[in-house]
Design a binder for this molecule. Structure first.
Ligand SMILES: [Zn+2]
Length: 203
């Protein structure tokens, strides 16, 4: 399997509920030498395109619509011609950042995207955001969790549109159904594995 994961970190801000924070976001690109998917579009379109490295971008897949994950999605769409994909339950969050235009196509639980012969499964994991999704790549033994699961536990649920009970239920039902050895590529910070996080969270 020639499919691989490429990565960079970009800095910017996250704003919600009238507060703004400095944040570092992971950029994840999964694909082969010809084509790729970009997972989230934080802060800096040139930094994302540097990771893409001239490959054809097939889609810009948003794990959720907090502004630090979708800020440059429309610009990246313009530069690559790739559609922006988002779960429709995150519309209220998307509209806070991009009130004038929507994304291009909806993500749905159980949907399968294909890149370079690998299958990417969409898992709807509401809690951090109503339309949060994780993206599982069986062939690579990894899952991209956005802000749903970090090294050390679930993502934040203290702000609008979040639900603390729901995020734990989503993690248990959708993520802990996957193998313990699955590598977790998060929206912020270091990788972990599902086994480690299962031990931390219990379940
Ligand atoms: Zn978030």
């Amino acid at each position: 399997m020639a499919v691989r994961v490429d990565h960079a970190v970009v800095s910017g801000t996250f704003s919600l509920d009238g507060e703004t924070f400095d944040v570092d976001n992971n950029i994840w690109v999964v694909g082969d030498d010809e084509s790729c998917l970009v997972i989230d579009a934080p802060h800096d379109v040139d930094a994302i395109l540097a990771v893409v490295g001239g490959r054809a971008v097939k889609a810009i897949v948003c794990t959720h619509a907090h502004d630090d994950h979708v800020r440059v999605a429309p610009e990246l769409r313009e530069r690559t011609g790739a559609p922006v994909l988002l779960h429709p339950d995150d519309r209220p969050l998307w509209e806070l950042t991009h009130p004038d235009h929507l994304w291009d196509a909806d993500l749905a639980d159980g949907q399968s995207l294909t890149i370079g012969g690998a299958s990417v499964s969409v898992l709807h994991t509401p809690g951090h955001a109503p339309g949060a999704v994780c993206l599982y790549v069986h062939d690579l033994g990894c899952v991209f969790t956005g802000d749903t699961l970090f090294q050390g536990g679930p993502g934040a649920t203290g702000r609008s549109f979040s639900d603390a009970d729901l995020i734990v239920e989503s993690i248990r039902r959708q993520l802990f159904a996957l193998p313990d050895a699955t590598v977790v590529h998060t929206g912020h910070g270091d990788d972990t594995t599902l086994g480690e996080e299962r031990e931390t969270l219990g379940g």
